[in-house]
Write a protein that binds this ligand. Structure first.
Ligand SMILES: [Zn+2]
Length: 233
């Protein structure tokens, strides 16, 4: 088996999004919970207004279903969400940082965009800016740590973050597989470039499930703030 990377050009084939489903509100993931809890792993990912991670309400409900099913077989396991919604301004900033470094190395613009997209999504097609993408892991509440996956969550420093890797142990592989199976069974799309990344309703999800359009479009932080139903900042 090989990893399959969704390319920028693949996502360009999803040209539209559903205007009705895109109206859906955002919720904040609780910091402590028996099923699903949110904890930023990188401070630069944090939103200006708080410690809590925002995601679309349907995505949150799906994560709760995943965690409930997980608990039936593994009573100590919960889901930890390390990242969800990202402000479009930050997506553009991170994208431009890489663009500045590499732009002189490429003659072909598409080739350059594909190269950057592997590291950070081109803003116009990015998943985290829709509130539909999440970075998750299974957390063992008895051991007080995440299961072993061979790398830390959000560690892109080596190719060991690819879902399929020759450099991980059998247990680490099984843990990745457990996470992926329960997420995909609930309707999330996986991403082979990062074992922890899953999405629902964004362009990557639409491409993976052969849908004509996405359910969610990119959203500005101001609109997310207005849409959050539980304003306990
Ligand atoms: Zn991600």
């Amino acid at each position: 088996m090989n990893n399959t990377f969704v390319k920028y050009k693949d996502l360009l084939t999803i040209k539209d999004y559903n205007k009705e489903t895109d109206k859906e509100e955002f919720v904040l993931i609780p910091l402590e919970d028996e099923l699903v809890f949110g904890r930023y792993q990188k401070s630069r990912n944090m939103l200006e207004y708080g410690q809590q991670i925002a995601i679309r309400k349907t995505v949150y409900n799906m994560l709760i279903e995943v965690a409930k099913k997980l608990k039936l077989s593994y009573p100590n396991y919960k889901l930890i969400v390390a990242f969800g919604y990202r402000d479009m301004k930050k997506q553009k900033k991170f994208f431009n940082e890489i663009l500045e470094k590499v732009k002189d190395k490429f003659d072909d613009e598409m080739e350059m965009l594909e190269y950057i997209h592997e590291k950070i999504a081109v803003p116009e097609v990015s998943g985290h800016t829709t509130g539909g993408a999440v970075d998750v892991a299974i957390y063992d509440s008895q051991e007080n740590k995440m299961l072993d996956y061979g790398t830390d969550i959000l560690d892109y420093n080596t190719n060991k973050c690819y879902y399929i890797s020759d450099e991980i142990t059998e247990t680490e592989r099984e843990n990745r597989e457990l996470l992926r199976n329960i997420m995909v069974n609930e309707g999330f799309a996986p991403y082979d470039g990062e074992w922890w990344h899953f999405s629902y309703g964004d362009k990557e999800w639409a491409f993976y499930y052969h849908k004509k359009e996405a359910l969610y479009n990119q959203v500005d932080a101001e609109r997310v703030f207005n849409k959050v139903s539980d304003k306990k900042f």
